[in-house]
Design a protein around this ligand. Structure first.
Ligand code: G6P
Length: 608
């Protein structure tokens, strides 16, 4: 996730671009840059670090010119640095691009362009696009971009400009968002409406597979194969604060709704045809997966809960023992971590002090270290032998949602890769899992479609002071995360436990009306968990079951049912967590809490 901007009009482009990028910094902020056409040539300025560094550079040495493109980066390919910052140009410096998303076939394209003599200035996937447009260019930027895009595969948005055609910008949307703002004699392009809302309220949303040709006379929209498109303008009425949150009252709700897109990005380029998976920064030595005798998983908070899901998935698919350890515990144990094992450290930020300490310990003991993290270039990612970036984009709400979701999806990908290499997963089983993973963005979308039902349920929840979440196996892992979400933002006392454990003590706390959420997606233990539900029902608890759409039994047992779309049981944590995130959100909203910044908590805990 990155933020992109474009401007054509009568005014100086650079300040307008920087201002828009500032409003897009929530999409990434590890480097930024602009390219402005001064009428003769393109002037590019870019810098690693926060946007303020670029702004200072431009203040000290302004660039004139009334058309340009800009970018604020969230690294995916290539660490944050000046040379990996966008815009990228072709070798002549006549074509510049900014790009958000991933070019899946960039290695093949780099090889092809390299064989023809191209030299690259960055490690990014994006730079190939500048070369491709240059190669295709014969006097018409629109046609060159169209032909270049036909050679690139992936999910992305792209904005292109050229000194050969000053005052013209071409942009393409392939899944990643892109909007056009129409002002009075000027046109704006941006990843998201908040970047330009204070300039114009006339917004044209570019749809998937469309290309837009922008000049000072306006914006012409076409499908990528050249059919003209008429698009009604949207009149946006949000205020500035609402716009920043995509029209949602809180970042947390926005991020919950971003999950289908985030998962699309996690999967992009990683699922190949049939049963193969490509993890670009996981490089196990030959024979490693086969000889692997134990996997350690270490993390804190929500990331630890993603680790609980991974344990079930890895043990089930790989048939290898998995130990999940809180990082703050592991670091002070004398754990039996041995060479030949794999340690998976999971951390959204890659900066949690305890997780880092546990990761160092595992390395010291000779374990191979794999990081599942969202932040490229974080300390954890620089420490690890192998990397799986989750690509959730920046998460602003303290209570993690989309970062957790993409951790889950990353773990399935890892299980597939390890399972194939280990010989534990045959081709048919792998193909089945790959097919399931491909459905997840749609499945999450469907789960989000039940938001109103969850909101109604939350109203009945908000007056309580205690809640319990139970489940078995994968459902227990989900119960842990659902309960943590509830605690973090609603401040209800909430506990999660394996469904069979309740009767060994905690049942004493269940009284009339106590809400108990029972997660019931695992076929193998379904009947046993129903028994646990009946036990709390007998104590007059308010039982809320989370079950598949096609579960016709459950309504006979539970007081309320939250429905999720049917998926293979192994993938159930993905849809299951969505209503539990929403439930916590609406309970907290009903109680009037500061949802994005809950008391006493921090997004990233970099101290012990
Ligand atoms: C903090 C946050 C949690 C997060 C945990 C681990 O406690 O409030 O939401 O799960 O840190 O963070 P990490 O960045 O390592 O995933």
């Amino acid at each position: 996730m990155c933020g992109i901007m474009g401007y054509v009009g009568p005014r100086d482009a650079a300040p307008i671009l920087v201002d828009g990028l500032r409003r897009l910094e929530y999409r990434g902020y590890d480097s930024a840059g602009v390219a402005v056409c001064d009428g003769r040539s393109l002037v590019v300025r870019k810098a690693e670090g926060k946007l303020s560094r670029l702004a200072d550079m431009l203040d000290a040495d302004p660039i004139g010119g009334s058309a340009g493109i800009g970018h604020t980066r969230w690294a995916t390919h290539g660490a944050p640095s000046d040379h990996n910052a966008h815009p990228h140009t072709d070798p002549s410096g006549e074509i510049a691009v900014v790009h958000n998303g991933i070019i899946e076939n960039f290695i093949a394209l780099k090889e092809e362009l390299g064989a023809a003599g191209a030299v690259f200035a960055s490690e990014t996937d994006s730079e190939v696009l500048a070369h491709l447009v240059a190669q295709e260019y014969d006097g018409d930027l629109l046609e060159a971009t169209r032909r270049a895009v036909a050679r690139a595969k992936g999910a992305y948005a792209l904005v292109v400009t050229s000194s050969r055609e000053p005052g013209r910008i071409v942009a393409v949307r392939m899944i990643s968002p892109l909007v056009v703002g129409l002002g009075d004699g000027e046109v704006f392009l941006a990843s998201d409406i908040p970047a330009i809302l204070h300039r114009t309220r006339d917004i044209m949303v570019v749809d998937n597979g469309e290309i837009v040709d922008v000049t000072v006379d306006g914006a012409r929209l076409q499908t990528i194969d050249g059919r003209a498109v008429e698009r009604d303008l949207l009149q946006i009425t949000w205020d500035a604060a609402q716009a920043e949150r995509g029209g949602h009252p809180h970042f947390m709700l926005k991020e919950i709704h971003e999950q289908p897109q985030a998962v699309t990005e996690t999967l992009t380029g990683r699922l190949l045809d049939g049963d193969e998976v490509l993890l670009e920064e996981v490089h196990f030595p030959p024979g490693f997966a086969r000889s692997l005798d134990r996997i350690w998983i270490t993390a804190c908070g929500t990331a630890l809960h993603a680790g609980l899901v991974a344990k079930e998935v890895f043990e089930g698919l790989l048939r290898v023992p998995v130990e999940v350890a809180y990082a703050h515990e592991l670091r002070y144990r004398d754990p039996l971590i041995t060479p030949g094992s794999l340690t998976v450290a999971i951390s959204q930020s890659g900066e949690t002090a305890d997780t880092l300490a546990a990761a160092y310990l595992a390395k010291e003991r000779g374990s191979r270290l794999l990081a599942v993290t969202n932040v490229v270039g974080s300390t954890l990612s620089r420490t690890a032998d192998d990397l799986l970036y989750t690509r959730a984009g920046p998460e602003i709400a303290v209570a993690s949602t989309k970062a957790y979701m993409t951790m889950l999806v990353g773990e399935y990908l890892l299980a597939l890769a390890l399972g194939r290499e280990r010989g534990a997963l045959d081709s048919a089983a792998a193909a089945h899992l790959v097919a399931g993973l491909r459905t997840l963005p749609r499945v999450i979308e469907e789960a989000l479609g039940r938001e109103d039902e969850v909101r109604v349920l939350a109203e009945g929840f908000a007056g309580h002071e205690d809640a319990y979440f139970i489940g078995r196996g994968l459902d227990y892992a989900v119960a842990m995360e659902g309960s943590l979400k509830m605690k973090e933002i609603s401040y209800l006392h909430s506990e999660a436990m394996p469904a069979g454990e309740l009767k060994h003590g905690t049942l004493a706390l269940v009284t009339e009306g106590t809400p108990v959420v029972v997660v019931l997606t695992q076929t193998a233990t379904y009947d046993k968990t129903i028994s646990a539900l009946q036990e709390v029902k007998a104590r007059h608890a308010l039982t809320i079951a989370l079950a598949y759409d096609d579960d016709t039994e459950i309504a006979k047992h539970a007081d309320r049912v939250i429905r999720i779309p049917r998926v293979p049981d192994l993938l159930a944590p993905v849809p299951s967590i969505v209503p539990l995130q929403l439930l916590a959100y609406y309970v907290a909203a009903a109680r009037g809490h500061d949802i994005d910044q809950p008391r006493n908590l921090a997004k990233s805990v970099t101290v012990e």
